[in-house]
Design a protein around this ligand. Structure first.
Ligand SMILES: Cc1ncc(COP(=O)(O)O)c(C=O)c1O
Length: 532
C-alpha cells in the first residue's frame, strides 16, 4: 500500500518514481525540498529558478532542464521533470514553460500546477514528441479538474530554439545579436516619410481583406518588371500582415487536420511549426550537400509521400543556407507536386537578396511564378521585411491560384482583417521607388558575405557551402554534435549570439547560422570572435 505523504506533490513524485524504478533523474522546480524516501536516482534542486514578477509567475530555468538532460543521458538515466507552484503564491507555469519541459525531458514530464495538486499530467517523451501517458495514481490523488487546460495541439507545437538563445541573450548586455534573421539597417527614410504621409492622408482605417487595391497593383507591376509574369491583382494576390502571416494563412488554406506536409530542410522553423498549428503532420526532407552545393533528394521525397501528403514547402533563397533553387530545381519540384497533386509552397521572402557572381546586382532570384501556370497548385509567400528593411512593419503577401486566394482573403477577415493601412501605403512606395535602396543594401550584403566567407574559411574545421543569397551563412563545424549547446556557450562566454543549426531541422545538427546582413563593424567583431 502506498504511503501518502501529507504534502500531495511529494506523493505524486514518489508514485511516479515508483513507476520508473531506478531510472528517473529528478528535477525539482520550485522552493520546497525533496522528501528523504523518494525513489529517485538523482535530484537536482533548482533554487535558481528565475523568479520573474513575483506576483505573476515563475519561469522555468530552461538551461537547468537542458543541463540535467545532458547529464542524465551521459549516465544512461532518464529525466523526470517535476513542476509545482509555490503554495503561497498564485504562480503558474505557462504553456511555453511546459513546451520547454517537454522538449528537454527524455522520458517523462510530470506537470503539476498549484501546490494543492489541482492538475497533474504525465508525458512520455519520445525522440520527437511528447505523448501523454496514463499513470495510475491512487483514487485519493485524482485531482479535480477545476481549471481549463491549454489545448494539447497547442502544446504540441514545437518551440523556437532560436528564441531560446534569444531569451538568454535578451537578459544580457552588450550581445552581438546575430541570431535573428534581421538586418540592423534602418528602414530607408523615403519609406518612413511615405508612412507619415499616409497617416496624414487618413490611411488609418481597415482596408479590404485582400489589401489595398493600389498595393496589389504595385505588387503585380513588380512581378511584370522583375520576372515578366502577369499576375491578376484583383484575384491572385492577398496582402498579409507579414510573411509569417502569409505562411499561416496559406498553410491553413492548404491543409486539413491530419494531412501531411513535407518540408525541405534545413528550414526556418516557422515552416515546421505552422503546419503543426494546423494539426497536420510534418515530414522533413533534408537537402543533400555535395561538392559545396545543396541538392534536392527526390528519392527521399518519394519515400516520404503518404496518402495524406498535401503540401510541399521549400524556401529559395534559403534561410538558413543561402541555397537558391535553380530553374531546373524548381521545374522538378513543380513536376513532382503536379504528379502527386500537392500544393507547392515557395517561400520567396529573400527573392531580392540574391547576389551570385554570375548576375548583376538587383537581379531577383528565380521565382517559381515564371514556371508555374496560374492554374497550378502553387502559392508564393512574400514579405517587405527583408528587401526593404521593414521587419517591424509587418506587411507581406501571397500570390496564389484565384480560388485559393479567394479563400485566403475570406479567412484573413478572421485572422487580421487587414494589414495596417498606412504600412500598406508605405509598402507601395517601397515597391515603386525602392530600387536604388535595394541595390545599395545588396552591395553591402554581398561584400559582407564575401568578407565573412573569407574569414570563416580560414578556420580549418569549418566548411561553408557557397550561398547565393538570403543574408546568412550556415557553416558546418567539424565534430560539432550539439549546436544548441555550442551557441549557448558562445553566447555566455563571448557575447556573440548565433542561431543553432538544430533549429532548422535535419541537416543543421552540426551547423551554426550567422546573419551577415548587418553593419560591417558588428560583423567584423563577430567574425573575430569566431576565428580567434
Ligand atoms: C524563410 C522565411 N520566411 C518568412 C519569413 C517571415 O518574415 P516576416 O514575417 O518578417 O515577413 C522569414 C523571416 O525571417 C523567413 O526567414
Amino acid at each position: 500500500m502506498l504511503h501518502l505523504d501529507p504534502t500531495p506533490w511529494h506523493d505524486v513524485l514518489r508514485h511516479t518514481c515508483a513507476c520508473f524504478p531506478n531510472e528517473a533523474c529528478g528535477i525539482l522546480l520550485g522552493p520546497p525540498p525533496l522528501g528523504p524516501n523518494l525513489h529517485i536516482t538523482e535530484a537536482v534542486l533548482a533554487p535558481n529558478v528565475h523568479q520573474g514578477d513575483q506576483t505573476k509567475r515563475y519561469e522555468i530555468g530552461t538551461q537547468l532542464l537542458f543541463d540535467t538532460q545532458r547529464g542524465a543521458r551521459a549516465r544512461g538515466l532518464h529525466v523526470l521533470a517535476y513542476f509545482h507552484s509555490h503554495p503561497n503564491r498564485s504562480a503558474y507555469f505557462s504553456p511555453t514553460d511546459l513546451a520547454h519541459a517537454h522538449a528537454h525531458s527524455t522520458h517523462l514530464v510530470l506537470s503539476l500546477q498549484n501546490g494543492a495538486f489541482q492538475h497533474a499530467k504525465a508525458f512520455r517523451v519520445d525522440e520527437t514528441q511528447a505523448r501523454e501517458i496514463s499513470l495510475s495514481y491512487p483514487e485519493k490523488m485524482q485531482a479535480p479538474e477545476i481549471s481549463a487546460k491549454v489545448a494539447a495541439t497547442a502544446l504540441a507545437v514545437p518551440h523556437s530554439r532560436i528564441r531560446e538563445i534569444a531569451d538568454i541573450a535578451m537578459a544580457m548586455d552588450g550581445v552581438l545579436r546575430l541570431y535573428f534573421g534581421e538586418s540592423n539597417l534602418p528602414t530607408p527614410a523615403f519609406i518612413k516619410d511615405a508612412a507619415q504621409k499616409a497617416l496624414a492622408d487618413g490611411f488609418t482605417y481597415y482596408t479590404e481583406n485582400a489589401g489595398l487595391p493600389s498595393l496589389r497593383q504595385a505588387i503585380a507591376a513588380k512581378y511584370a518588371e522583375l520576372h515578366g509574369v502577369t499576375i491578376d491583382p484583383s484575384r491572385e494576390i492577398v496582402v498579409t500582415a507579414s510573411g509569417v502571416q502569409a505562411l499561416q494563412l496559406g498553410i491553413r488554406c492548404a491543409l486539413d487536420p491530419g494531412d501531411e506536409a513535407i518540408v525541405l530542410t534545413p528550414a526556418w522553423q516557422n515552416q515546421i511549426s505552422i503546419p503543426a498549428m494546423c494539426n497536420a503532420a510534418v515530414r522533413l526532407a533534408p537537402l543533400t550537400l555535395s561538392e559545396g552545393r545543396y541538392h534536392i533528394d527526390f528519392d527521399l521525397l518519394d519515400s516520404l509521400l503518404t496518402p495524406r501528403t498535401r503540401l510541399l514547402i521549400y524556401t529559395s533563397p534559403s534561410n538558413p543556407t543561402g541555397w537558391v533553387a535553380t530553374p531546373a530545381d524548381q521545374q522538378a519540384l513543380l513536376v513532382f507536386a503536379r504528379r502527386h497533386r500537392l500544393w507547392l509552397l515557395a517561400d520567396e521572402v529573400y527573392e531580392r537578396l540574391y547576389y551570385p557572381d554570375s548576375a548583376p546586382l538587383g537581379t531577383p532570384a528565380p521565382s517559381i511564378l515564371r514556371l508555374a501556370t496560374r492554374e497550378d497548385s502553387v502559392f508564393v509567400v512574400q514579405s517587405f521585411s527583408k528587401a526593404y528593411c521593414m521587419t517591424g512593419w509587418r506587411v507581406g503577401w501571397i500570390v496564389a491560384r484565384a480560388d485559393f486566394a479567394d479563400r485566403a482573403t475570406k479567412l484573413n477577415e478572421f485572422i487580421i482583417s487587414s494589414a495596417p493601412a498606412f504600412a500598406q501605403r508605405a509598402a507601395e512606395t517601397a515597391l515603386r521607388d525602392g530600387e536604388p535602396a535595394v541595390r545599395e543594401m545588396l552591395a553591402l550584403y554581398k561584400s559582407n558575405r564575401d568578407f565573412s566567407l573569407e574569414a570563416l574559411r580560414r578556420r580549418p574545421d569549418i566548411q561553408v557551402p557557397q550561398p547565393d543569397g538570403a543574408g546568412y551563412l550556415f557553416p558546418q563545424v567539424a565534430g560539432l554534435q550539439d549546436s544548441f549547446e555550442y551557441c549557448r556557450r558562445l553566447l555566455l562566454e563571448t557575447k556573440l549570439g548565433l542561431a543553432p543549426g538544430i533549429a532548422f531541422g535535419p541537416g543543421g545538427e552540426s551547423a551554426i547560422r550567422l546573419c551577415y546582413a548587418v553593419e560591417r563593424p558588428i560583423l567584423a567583431q563577430a567574425l573575430s570572435i569566431l576565428t580567434t
